[in-house]
Design a protein around this ligand. Structure first.
Ligand SMILES: Nc1ncnc2c1ncn2[C@@H]1O[C@H](COP(=O)(O)OP(=O)(O)O)[C@@H](O)[C@H]1O
Ligand SMILES: [Mg+2]
Length: 382
């Protein structure tokens, strides 16, 4: 029989095949990075592979035939902590299956050291928590700052509204000066008539009617002013020409008193979208500034020109004066809150800031200022 035939015969023996299989299995178990331990139902260790010695820090001799040092639960997968010699611990993931070993039922547990994975997971968890905390504080900080800013804006708007109201009261006083004089003349006349004997029932009725008319007009003025200060909640389409006329009616007395001429040239059908009262406040601020500048500089023929037209779907209104213009040194600052060149009692420095806020923040528009021949021009796009 040749050598090769002998080997072939040997290999065909069932014993040989089995032995070979066992060797293979043994090799796999011994080289496995996972620790494998077989424990009888009596809790005594029957078999360990080399990896388990490293994980448990005990030699095979110390483990075999002895009770297992940890509980082998019936759960398929569990995590256990194993104390190490250097007072540290290692975390092990254990899977248990029921099997047979040398004819008896046993637990086969495979143990995988997951300490590093756990450490990384823990670090990741901490980092995530830190990041979340950082995010939270950042959001809080941003919110705080936004709140502070909002409060500041709110305060500024409140102050500028108060300043505007102060100016309005001045305007009311102006509007009322003439009717008050008229009423006092009517009353004086009544007295004189009585003294000189021309007093008739008809005369009395006429005087009362005239006085009531004047009073009605005065009360009308107050209503107009009150409406003007009402908060507008919703934006609406409004006629630019109408709002300009109404705004001028509030201040016409003081314009007349200061001999200020106003030229209006606004497209009839010019509509804008926003808050008409607020827009009116902007106009009054800008016109008031021109009036104040005329007075400061003693301009002899003060003129304000208001123009309005449509440009690329938006309404553009310009207010131009002939008061000599804004000095180039300050033109970049005039919209800042509290910036004023006026004497203490005449300026708060809030008018233009307020106007810009109204136009740009409340109505998504644009308010700019520049100099033209002989004066300043304020341009509102809404
Ligand atoms: N029409 C104008 N001509 C020249 N300067 C102006 C004109 N309008 C505003 N200014 C300048 O802009 C500054 C700021 O105006 P404003 O914000 O209304 O505050 P205030 O009128 O209280 O000073 C004024 O002090 C003035 O120096
Ligand atoms: Mg002003």
């Amino acid at each position: 029989m040749s050598d090769s035939t002998e080997l072939k015969n040997q290999m065909e023996q069932p014993n040989y095949v089995l032995q070979n299989c066992e060797e293979c299995f043994h090799n796999i178990i011994c080289r496995s990075a996972d620790g494998i331990i077989i424990v009888g139902h009596d809790g005594i260790v029957r078999f360990v592979n080399p990896a388990i010695e490293t994980i448990l820090c005990q030699s095979a001799a110390e483990l075999l035939g002895k009770p297992v040092s940890f509980t082998i639960g019936s759960d398929e997968k569990q995590e256990i902590t194993i104390p190490q010699s250097n007072q540290e611990t290692c975390v092990v993931e254990m899977r248990v299956v029921e099997t047979e070993w040398e004819g008896e039922p046993v637990h086969l547990a495979s143990l995988r050291d997951v300490t590093d994975r756990k450490r990384v997971e823990e670090q990741l968890r901490q980092k995530t928590a830190q990041l979340e905390e950082l995010n939270r504080t950042l959001i809080e900080k941003v919110r705080e700052e936004v709140d502070k800013n909002r409060e500041k804006d709110h305060l500024l708007i409140l102050q500028s509204r108060q300043a505007a109201m102060g100016e309005m009261i001045g305007n009311i006083a102006h509007q009322w000066r003439q009717p008050l004089t008229a009423i006092s003349l009517l009353i004086q006349d009544l007295g004189e008539c009585y003294v000189y004997g021309d007093f008739t029932k008809e005369y009395l009725d006429t005087t009362i009617r005239n006085a009531l008319n004047v009073i009605r007009h005065m009360s009308h003025t107050i209503d107009d002013f009150r409406n003007f200060f009402k908060q507008e909640k919703e934006k609406k389409a409004f006629s630019v020409g109408e709002v300009v006329t109404r705004s001028l009616s509030f201040i016409e007395s003081s314009l007349r008193f200061n001999n200020i001429a106003v030229e209006i040239n606004i497209d009839d059908d010019l509509l804008a979208f926003g808050f008409p009262n607020e827009f009116s406040q902007v106009l009054i601020n800008i016109i008031g500034n021109a009036k104040e500048t005329f007075r400061e500089r003693g301009i002899s023929e003060p003129l304000i020109r208001i123009q309005g037209c449509r440009e690329e779907k938006r309404a553009v209104v310009t207010i131009t004066d002939n008061a000599g213009g804004i000095s180039e040194q300050i033109i970049d600052k005039i919209f800042e809150p509290y910036f004023t060149t006026r004497e203490l009692e005449n300026g708060t420095g809030l008018g233009l800031y307020m106007s810009k806020t109204i136009v740009e923040k409340n109505m998504d528009g644009k308010l700019t200022a520049f100099n033209v021949e002989g004066g300043a021009c304020f341009r509102i796009v809404i």
